[in-house]
Write a protein that binds this ligand. Structure first.
Ligand SMILES: *Cc1c(COP(=O)(O)O)cnc(C)c1O
Length: 404
């Protein structure tokens, strides 16, 4: 039996569609972010990374690095076990306290990633709560979708960012169901932001609990980096806030925060929490340092906003269409998977600009894009270089300038 033939048939189909993923082989340069060494044969040795989720460059922050090094010297590398069997380190509890405080909640629970935190928490809530139903925004992240699938409870999809549709769908459900409204604050592909207040009001009206993914907002929004719900004074009205330590905080790991009973419930029943080795104490220490720093320092957030605004304004001036949105994410729509990959290849090879093409299934077919995420460490010269490259390519490729 030739199993490889089974694999390659499907891989070839993916390649023909232009949706085959090619990873850039990078070597991040500590102290030089967003520059990175590139090990691909056809690319320059040094590239500027324009699509990192290390939104503020905290992954190279001196305090964060020092915290990680100190914790390694103090505790060694791994946690040594699952949380239940010898793996709960003092650092994990310090971090959970920091996270609970960040979101103004009684408790927090750490996971090995944001993906796992969504998967494990939503599946546990949906599977264990009596008569549960999850109402999911139509553009929710894959990790939430997998969690709901695993929950095997009824699922209702409401139109993206549409509280009226949510209201209608909640009203149609029997009163005796336990309703969970799952949504995000910043949607990472379009960069739009949910009307959290309206959604919370609808949920409250129907006695539904709210589950908010703030993965692309923590560290970046709110006076202490607590996310969009913090900025809008809504944290205490949301049942569960989920986030990551791997994006703006520059480390790794995920978490949920909520009441003590809610966190204890997930801690006690979620397979994805229980049966896996705990995060290394050094990762927890670094993440806690990053969170604590961004609770009191606004410099990174201010500079981030300035550079995002600068790139947007320069794209406008040069007639390069990008999705308008109120966040830090700048999607330049290409609307064709092959062109999108080709443009990314030219940017990388000829200009030393690395932006990953975003194709199906990450976004719907026909909405392929280049997604730029300027950081406070992208200098004016780097922004000018990017816009010059895009302007030249725009003319060469004759892609329609007018995009809805
Ligand atoms: C990246 C992402 C996650 C997963 O977080 P990780 O820590 O990277 O696993 C969850 N939700 C959303 C919306 C994301 O974009």
């Amino acid at each position: 039996m030739n199993f490889d033939a089974l694999f390659t048939t499907q891989l070839n189909a993916l390649k023909e569609e232009g949706n085959y993923r090619i990873f850039a082989e990078l070597e991040r340069q500590c102290g030089a972010f967003p520059k990175a060494r590139c090990h691909d044969d056809q690319s320059p040795d040094e590239v500027t990374v324009w699509c990192s989720n290390d939104y503020l460059g905290m992954g190279q922050h001196p305090k964060v690095r020092q915290a990680m090094k100190d914790a390694i010297d103090a505790c060694g590398t791994g946690a040594g076990g699952t949380r239940n069997i010898s793996g709960t380190n003092h650092e994990h509890l310090l971090l959970e306290r920091e996270l609970a405080d960040l979101h103004g909640k009684e408790a927090a629970l750490l996971f090995t990633s944001g993906y796992v935190s969504n998967w494990a928490s939503l599946s546990t809530l949906g599977a264990r709560l009596p008569n549960a139903v999850i109402l999911s925004d139509s553009l929710n992240h894959a990790s939430m979708i997998e969690g709901m699938r695993h929950a095997r409870c009824p699922k209702v999809i409401w139109n993206h960012n549409d509280p009226d549709d949510l209201d209608r769908k909640l009203a149609a459900l029997p009163a005796n169901m336990t309703k969970i409204v799952a949504f995000e604050s910043v949607y990472s592909m379009d960069g739009d932001i949910a009307p959290i207040k309206e959604i919370v009001e609808v949920a409250e009206k129907h006695g539904a609990m709210t589950y908010l993914d703030e993965v692309h907002a923590v560290g970046l929004y709110g006076p202490r980096g607590g996310g969009v719900a913090e900025r809008e004074g809504l944290m205490d009205r949301i049942t569960l806030i989920e986030g990551t330590l791997g994006k703006a905080y520059g480390c790794m790991g995920g978490y949920v925060t909520g009441s003590a009973a809610l966190c204890d419930f997930i801690r006690s029943f979620a397979s994805g929490f229980i049966f896996t080795t705990a995060l290394p104490p050094a990762v927890a220490a670094a993440a806690r340092t990053s969170i604590a720093h961004l609770k009191t320092s606004d410099i990174e957030r201010m500079q981030h906003r300035r550079q995002v605004a600068k790139l947007r304004a320069m794209l406008d001036r040069n007639g390069i269409p990008h999705l308008e949105n109120p966040s830090h994410i700048i999607p330049v729509m290409i609307k064709d998977p092959v062109k999108c990959r080709m443009l990314a290849d030219i940017l990388m090879q000829d200009w030393g600009i690395y932006v990953q093409p975003i194709n199906y299934p990450t976004v719907p077919k026909g909405t392929e894009r280049l997604r730029f995420t300027p950081s406070p460490l992208h200098g004016d010269a780097e922004i000018e270089h990017l816009v010059e490259a895009l302007s030249v390519l725009w003319k060469q490729c004759a892609i329609a300038h007018a995009v809805a």
